[in-house]
Design a protein around this ligand. Structure first.
Ligand SMILES: Cc1cc2nc3c(=O)[nH]c(=O)nc-3n(C[C@H](O)[C@H](O)[C@H](O)COP(=O)(O)O)c2cc1C
Length: 200
């Protein structure tokens, strides 16, 4: 599928074909694309929970105020992040770089993040946003629909998936085959309202 066709036809889907499955090879192809998403200092804060357990899906649905797409979708991926990834063996993020590059960048990571908790969380969320969009556009290109979700009790979902200390849930993404189209677009802001030149 052409890139712009994927962008224009991706919509947030709420009603999925419960019989549809995403073959494992397709899921892996999608995830391999997701992991090529850009992140600051290549830190790759994201940690993904693929929920395959039907009972767990139902518990998560309860925590998501009953939204049916949580159980009906072929795949449910909870996009989490390790907010302390910046200090977890940061040399990994530049393992394939030449030594000079690595020797400059790895100490920069420490200087950039140490003591800045808000920044650490912001960066984790930025990375997850990048991953989510790659996931949804990859799914579309592979013939699947998707929907991002933040309409759930994050503390409860954290408990259900045993989210480790220092991690955060950014959002969930459902993936599958739509059985009903999305409603017409809610209303896009104009280019003039959102795109300025040089300064506000
Ligand atoms: C981070 C995020 C969280 C969202 N959470 C929900 C949700 O919990 N339930 C829902 O029905 N839609 C959810 N949406 C879908 C938005 O309502 C939707 O993206 C928006 O209306 C634009 O429509 P479109 O995605 O079809 O273009 C979410 C979207 C994003 C990006």
């Amino acid at each position: 599928m052409d890139f712009f066709e994927a962008v224009e036809t991706r919509r947030s889907i709420k009603h999925y074909d419960t019989d549809a499955i995403m073959p494992q090879a397709t899921f892996i192809k999608m995830m391999d694309a997701v992991m090529l998403s850009p992140t600051s200092y290549n830190i790759q804060h994201w940690r993904f929970i693929r929920v395959t357990d039907c009972n767990l899906r139902q518990d998560i649905q309860q925590a998501a105020w009953g939204q049916t797409q949580v159980v009906d979708a072929s795949e449910l991926v909870i996009i989490c992040a390790d907010m302390a990834a910046w200090q977890d063996r940061p040399e990994r993020y530049w393992a394939n770089a030449d030594e000079d590059t690595r020797n400059v960048l790895v100490p920069m990571i420490e200087d950039f993040y140490a003591g800045k908790q808000q920044l650490q969380r912001d960066e984790a969320m930025r990375s997850c946003g990048m991953a989510a969009q790659t996931m949804m556009l990859s799914a579309k290109s592979l013939g699947y629909d998707s929907g991002a979700m933040i309409g759930f009790d994050s503390d409860e979902v954290a408990r259900l998936i045993k989210l480790p200390e220092g991690h955060v849930i950014a959002m969930m993404v459902t993936i599958g085959k739509a059985i009903a189209p999305a409603k017409p677009r809610g209303g896009q802001l104009t280019r003039d309202e959102t795109l300025k030149t040089n300064q506000f």
